[in-house]
Design a protein around this ligand. Structure first.
Ligand SMILES: [Zn+2]
Length: 335
C-alpha cells in the first residue's frame, strides 16, 4: 500500500505556507536570522520541533513566522515545500498564504509577491505546480479582512485561485466576513474558508450559506448534523480533511475514531491533506496510509481519494484529465 500511495500522482489542497516549513527550511531561516533565537543546530532544532501540545505548536509556528522577513525567506519556504511535495510525488498544491501576517511584520507586498513568484517558478522546475489561496486570519478581525481582499484584488499574482479564512473559530463568526468573500468571488476567486475544525456544524453551515464555500477547510464536526452531511454531498462541496492535524490538536482522539468514515459513508467528497505537516509530524503519503489502514480501505478506494483531490482542485479541466488518467493507470497496473 505504501508504494501504491507513492505511485499515485497526488494533489494537496490544504497546507499553510509558514506551517509547511520543515527542519531544513527552518535551519536555513535560523542561520539567516540568528537574532530570532531559533536553534540553528539540527539536533537542537529537532527537539524544539517535536510536537508536545497545541500551545507548543503555536510557539514554534510564531518563532518560524518571526524569521520570515523578506523575499528570500518567502522563496526559501516555497522551495522547501515544493521539494517535500516532489519527494512524495505530489504534482499540484493549493497553498494558503496569509498576507496580513507578513505585511504586519513589516514585509512589503512587493517582497512577498516576488518571493512567491520566484519560489513558484523553481517549484515548477521540480515538477510541482503551485497555486495560492490568500486567507484572512480571522482573529485579526475585519481590518485583516479588508486588507487581505485589497491585497488579493489589487495584486492578483499568477497562481492566485482562492480566498480563505483561518485562525480560531470560537468567537470569530464566519458571517462577518461575507462582504469580503462576495467581492473575492465576484473577482473570480474561489471561496475556501476553514470551518468546523474547532467548533460545531453551525460554523460549516455559515461557511456554506454566508461565504458560499466551494470547499470546506476541515469540516471535522459536520458529521454531528446529518442534514449538513446530506447538503455537502448533494451540492458536491468537498471537505479538506486533515486527519493527523485533527488528532494533534485534540479535535479527535485518533485516526481510527476520525469522522472521515461517516463523511465517506454519507457520500461527501473527502480529500486528504496535511495542514501544517512538519509541525504535526505529518506527510501527505502518511495521511493516505493512516486513513487506508484505519478504515481498511483497498487500493481502489485509496485511488478514489486521490481522484477526489484532483476533482476538488481549482485546476483547469485540461490539467485534471491527465492526472485522473494517470491515477487510473497506476490502479490498473497493480490489479
Ligand atoms: Zn488550516
Amino acid at each position: 500500500m505504501r508504494s501504491f500511495i507513492h505511485a499515485l500522482p497526488k494533489v494537496e489542497l490544504h497546507v499553510h505556507l509558514v506551517g509547511s516549513a520543515g527542519i531544513d527550511t527552518v535551519l536555513e531561516l535560523a542561520r539567516r536570522h540568528p537574532e530570532a533565537g531559533v536553534p540553528a543546530d539540527r539536533a537542537e532544532l529537532e527537539r524544539f520541533y517535536a510536537f508536545r501540545d497545541f500551545d507548543h505548536f503555536l510557539k514554534v509556528f510564531w518563532a518560524v513566522q518571526s524569521m520570515v522577513k523578506g523575499r528570500a525567506d518567502i522563496h526559501t519556504l516555497v522551495v522547501g515545500l515544493a521539494r517535500e511535495l516532489a519527494r512524495q510525488n505530489v504534482r499540484y498544491a493549493e497553498v494558503t498564504v496569509t498576507p496580513h501576517n507578513h505585511l504586519t511584520d513589516g514585509m512589503s507586498g512587493d517582497e512577498l509577491l516576488a518571493g512567491l513568484g520566484s519560489g513558484r517558478a523553481e517549484a515548477s522546475a521540480l515538477g510541482v505546480e503551485l497555486a495560492w489561496c490568500f486567507d484572512i486570519p480571522g482573529e485579526k478581525g475585519l481590518v485583516a479582512g479588508r486588507e487581505t481582499l485589497a491585497f488579493a484584488l489589487s495584486e492578483r499574482p499568477d497562481g492566485l485561485v482562492s480566498f480563505g479564512l483561518g485562525g480560531p473559530e470560537e468567537g470569530v463568526g464566519r458571517a462577518q466576513f461575507a462582504p469580503f468573500f462576495d467581492a473575492a468571488r465576484d473577482a473570480g476567486l474561489h471561496s475556501v474558508p476553514h470551518a468546523g475544525e474547532t467548533t460545531g456544524p453551525e460554523t460549516v453551515w455559515s461557511a456554506v450559506r454566508d461565504l458560499r464555500a466551494e470547499r470546506i477547510g476541515h469540516g471535522t464536526s459536520c458529521h454531528q448534523d446529518p442534514a449538513l452531511l446530506d447538503h455537502l454531498a448533494l451540492k458536491g462541496i468537498p471537505l479538506e480533511v486533515c486527519p493527523t492535524s485533527n488528532v494533534r490538536t485534540r479535535q479527535v482522539a485518533s485516526i481510527e475514531t476520525h469522522p472521515v468514515r461517516q463523511m465517506l459513508d454519507a457520500g461527501v467528497v473527502v480529500t486528504l491533506n496535511t495542514d501544517d505537516p512538519p509541525f504535526f509530524g505529518a506527510t501527505l503519503e502518511g495521511e493516505y496510509l493512516a486513513v487506508a489502514t484505519a478504515l481498511g480501505l483497498g487500493r481502489a478506494e485509496v485511488a478514489k481519494l486521490a481522484e477526489n483531490a484532483v476533482l476538488a482542485s481549482f485546476l483547469p479541466n485540461d490539467r485534471k484529465t491527465p492526472l485522473l488518467q494517470e491515477i487510473a493507470d497506476v490502479l490498473t497496473a497493480v490489479s
